[in-house]
Design a binder for this molecule. Structure first.
Ligand code: MG
Length: 344
């Protein structure tokens, strides 16, 4: 019989993180564990403000999950369909169940989750994100991040050019740019994208509001850089519209209910000729290690959510010269678990 346990966890950031729609210095998490015949699988949900989840909503949702009705953890599709059907939304809470289940399955099989999905253990250079601040502060931060192959720059303000110029004065690292829906005028956005290309930008994430399908599609058609849908693309069912709106998608486990749907999204996007990016929220090494298991399907990886946290209770994927290196341990790749977080 499968048994689910969960605990709220307040993940603190070392610095305030600001994007075009708000700022925060901590993230509400829910940490999960699924136990089966003495083996424990671990999972995590991280609830960013945008998608309407909270520690309270996650606890309420997970209280309604009754895994005792399942005797076989390998009945994965049925288990996750049941969890998804309990209530709409709640993507991060659902992810925490999916992740713990895959960790458990990997441990029962004695193999890392990427092998269970038939994928190689990819080693990617992750980008490191610089949140919005004054151009001077953003440049100061960039100068501290020379270890990373790519910087991901949050834009979407009226000072975008000044920010990029300030950062370019201290480094030549290529940029991923994320406007977080902050650009409102498509002609101005196109001008900026041409300029950003000259400044060494690799792609543009969520240029304009997600509701503006025609505006984003207009920009994508003309853009000299790939455009990536993030806020506009949450689950598998969003890819159909996204395929005519963006060149690629940003898959985040916390949006898509976990590894199983994330895998399906990556495969579907690639079949449609789209680019695949793996992203994250503010997360511990648990969720970051899980996401890295899908690395072989990604063109670009932005899995930095654990790097600037003050109380990460797990260890897993390691950063080595800017590359994410997965340990060869069974499951989602944890090298330090934390059973003390859970009641017996
Ligand atoms: Mg984004």
């Amino acid at each position: 019989m499968l048994k689910l346990s969960f605990q709220p966890y307040d993940l603190r950031l070392n610095r305030v993180f600001r994007i075009s729609r708000g700022a925060r210095d901590r993230a509400p998490l829910v940490l999960t564990r699924i136990s089966f015949e003495g083996v424990h699988g671990y999972g995590e949900g991280s609830m960013p403000p945008l998608y309407g989840e909270s520690a309270e909503s996650a606890a309420k949702f997970l209280s309604a999950v009754d895994l005792s009705r399942f005797a076989d953890p390998f009945d994965t599709e049925s288990i996750l369909q049941y969890v998804d059907g309990i209530a709409p939304g709640n993507a991060a809470a659902k992810t925490s169940v999916d992740m713990a289940l895959h960790d458990l399955i990997g441990k029962l099989l004695g193999m890392p989750v990427h092998r269970y999905f038939g994928l190689a253990a990819a080693q990617h250079y992750t980008s490191m994100t610089i949140g919005l601040d004054t151009p001077e502060k953003m440049a100061e931060r960039a100068a501290e991040l020379s270890e990373f192959r790519y910087l991901k720059i949050k834009l979407g303000t009226k000072d975008d050019r000044a920010m990029i110029e300030a950062i370019r004065s201290v480094t030549q690292q290529p940029f991923f740019v994320d406007a977080n829906q902050g650009w409102k005028n498509k002609e101005e956005a196109l001008d900026l994208v041409h300029w950003l290309k000259e400044e060494g930008t690799v792609f543009i994430e969520q240029p304009m509001p997600r509701e503006d399908v025609t505006g984003n599609a207009w920009l994508t058609e003309r853009s000299p850089l790939p455009t990536i849908g993030d806020e506009a693309v949450q689950r598998l069912s969003d890819i159909k519209t996204a395929s005519s709106t963006y060149h690629g998608i940003n898959i985040k486990l916390m949006k898509c209910t976990g590894l199983r749907e994330g895998y399906k999204m990556a495969v579907t996007a690639k079949a449609l000729g789209m680019k695949v990016m793996l992203g994250c929220m503010t997360e511990t090494s648990c969720a970051i290690s899980a996401a890295a298991q899908l690395g072989a399907l990604a063109d670009w990886v932005d899995l930095d959510g654990h790097l600037d946290t003050a109380n990460n209770p797990y260890e897993g994927v390691e950063l080595s010269n800017g590359k994410l290196v997965l340990p060869d341990t069974p499951g989602i790749g944890l090298t330090k678990e934390n059973n003390k977080l859970f009641l017996p």
